[in-house]
Each structure stands twice: as structure tokens, then as C-alpha cells.
Design a protein around this ligand. Sequence first.
Ligand SMILES: [Zn+2]
Length: 66
Amino acid sequence: MGVADTITCIDCGGTCHRIPFEAPELGWQQGDVVTYRCGDCMDLWYLEVAEDDLDGNPLSPDVPGR
Ligand SMILES: [Zn+2]
């Protein structure tokens, strides 16, 4: 699943879009801060990437085989 492209605005219930939309070249890492901007009230939200968000992380050391 990975890091969400959008979240729901805590203030107005609108849709907040991730900035930037593209994932980093090396993939997300735990502790990265992801920025979302609400399309309705333009508030900014900052979410830290949790371990649960890193499904399929290419940097994962325990990927079997090649
Ligand atoms: Zn909002």
C-alpha cells in the first residue's frame, strides 16, 4: 500500500494531496516527513512515515533472491 497519496483534512474534511506527488527516487523511509496540502482550506499537514507504511520498500534488506 505504501504512503497515502491523499488524506482527509482534520479541519474541514476536505482532501489533502501529498506534496510532492511522486515518491522519492529511493523510496520512502521510516521517519520521513510527508507533506499534504488541503485542497479546500489549504492547510498543510505533516505526517511521519511509519514502519507500516513501508510495504514493498525496495531498500528492505530481507527481500528474498533477486
Ligand atoms: Zn481542509
